[in-house]
Design a protein around this ligand. Structure first.
Ligand code: HEM
Length: 194
């Protein structure tokens, strides 16, 4: 399942780079670029759907992979460190999926990210409505503001999510995966049935 997760990541990386040739991350163009890609560019619909389905596949297979590792007790010594790396990879995978969801810039994207980022208001310490929030935290300087680049979903959010989705998060995921695979070998390879 880990291998399938990695394969899905590779498919999204290759198709994602190809999608970048047709997509501009501005409020003016984003939606139309996606429509143009889907209905006018040869094989555009195939390209977009390969990216979308591989992304869904990655989210499903990473959860199944974690479940398999749990069932075989492979989080125990000597693999505790790699389990920890895995937990970060799980969150990184979800964040890749979440940031990509805004990019089509349609109603679904806009409201899904509005609802999703509203939850960040309640983050302990870092969200302005969360528990243990310091006195000086407001809706203009909390973690939700950092995510949105503003107080509502807008053009700056689109640009921020685009850079996170296409550059920062894939780079972070690649470094963590290299560490993950190195640790699999160091810890004695894949564990077999008990
Ligand atoms: C992007 C996400 C991930 C990728 C690409 C990935 C990939 C892999 C691969 C290729 C292996 C080799 C064995 C196998 O296929 O099962 C592996 C092993 C392992 N993974 Fe992941 N993984 C990811 C996320 C996770 C998560 C979420 C966890 C748990 C929280 C995790 C924990 C582990 C552990 C403990 C091993 C060693 C298991 C053993 O030796 O049997 N990984 N991973």
């Amino acid at each position: 399942m880990g291998g399938i997760t990695f394969l899905m990541f590779l498919v999204t990386a290759v198709t994602g780079v190809l999608l970048m040739f047709y997509y501009r991350p501005t409020a003016e163009y984003a939606f139309h670029d996606v429509q143009y890609l889907e209905f006018d560019i040869p094989f555009g619909m195939l390209l977009r759907n390969m990216h979308r389905w591989a992304a869904h596949g990655m989210v499903i297979s990473v959860m199944l992979h974690m479940f398999r590792v749990f069932l075989t007790g492979s989080y125990k010594k000597p693999r505790e460190f790699n389990w920890g790396v895995g937990v970060i990879l799980l969150l990184v995978t979800f964040f890749l999926s979440f940031t990509g969801y805004l990019l089509p810039w349609d109603q679904l994207a806009f409201w899904a990210v509005t609802v999703g980022t509203n939850m960040a208001r309640a983050t302990p310490v870092l969200g302005h409505e969360g528990p243990f929030a310091p006195q000086n935290i407001t809706q203009s300087n909390d973690v939700r503001f950092a995510l949105l680049a503003g107080t509502i979903v807008g053009p700056s959010t689109l640009l921020r999510f685009y850079i996170l989705h296409c550059v920062a998060v894939p780079l972070l995921a690649s470094v963590l995966m290299a560490l993950h695979f190195w640790r699999v070998r160091k810890d004695g390879g894949i564990s077999g049935p008990l």
